[in-house]
Design a binder for this molecule. Structure first.
Ligand SMILES: [Zn+2]
Length: 240
């Protein structure tokens, strides 16, 4: 599909239904503008951007550039749903890619806290998709991970709550129960034992899951795999 067809297509989309979907469409439009080898497909629920994605990324003064076949899906109700990236033909032995090509971009907690603060699809792409493409490039060259070796599956998910949020496993359980039972009370003492009120401490990481049902479902799915130490859906793609 060429660019003018994409524009036609974008104009057929229900623009202006609400400001968030308008913003999403214009963000997709601006991504496609500079990407002649990407096509856009729309169905009732989501947009799919697919094809050769051209990138030039820099972290810590190292540059990764090239083109890579990707599929990126974004639900029309973004940011209520997490966008998904698929990579085909990944380097052998890389972690964080499921057998169907879906990439484990980051933990649910991390992505949802980010989307809750930055309600922008482009910001999501820059933060998570670009970091992963950079990782892929790096892994092909050096067989290591440029941003540290985050564990795959439930261990990696738990690591985020322990390392980034500074909780113990027991405190994470309290957080999960609070979200499951809708027991958030901002004036109560924080689960981390800091002596501060919840709203002045870890409340900011808990509230997004309480206030948004889609986020809550994602959190609880992740919590159930963490708390049962279940990795069955997260088999590493090492058979290729
Ligand atoms: Zn706290």
């Amino acid at each position: 599909m060429n660019f003018s067809k994409i524009q036609q297509k974008l104009h057929q989309l229900n623009l202006g239904k609400n400001s968030m979907s308008y913003k999403l469409v214009s963000e997709i439009e601006s991504i496609l503008e500079n990407q002649p080898r990407l096509t856009l497909i729309e169905n009732a629920e989501e947009y799919t951007i697919q094809g050769e994605y051209k990138y030039s990324l820099e972290y810590n003064c190292c540059i990764a550039q090239g083109e890579r076949e990707i599929k990126l899906t974004v639900n029309k109700n973004f940011p209520n749903y997490i966008p998904e990236l698929y990579i085909f033909d990944p380097p052998k032995d890389i972690e964080h890619i499921y057998p169907n090509g879906k990439v484990c971009l980051a933990t649910i907690g991390e992505m949802i806290c980010f989307m809750n603060e930055n309600k922008s699809f482009i910001a999501f792409v820059e933060r998570f998709v670009h970091a992963f493409l950079y990782t892929l490039d790096w892994f092909e060259k050096y067989k290591t991970y440029p941003f540290g070796d985050r564990k795959h599956g439930y261990r990696g998910a738990l690591e985020y709550y322990l390392d980034d949020l500074g909780l113990t496993t027991e405190q994470y359980r309290k957080m999960a129960a609070m979200i499951y039972f809708n027991q958030y009370r901002g004036h109560q003492p924080c689960i981390c034992g800091s002596g501060k009120r919840l709203r002045d401490c870890h409340g900011q990481y808990i509230l997004p899951f309480i206030n948004n049902d889609e986020y809550k479902q994602e959190f609880l799915k992740e919590a159930s795999s963490i708390l049962t130490e279940d990795n069955t859906h997260e088999t590493r793609n090492s058979s290729k």
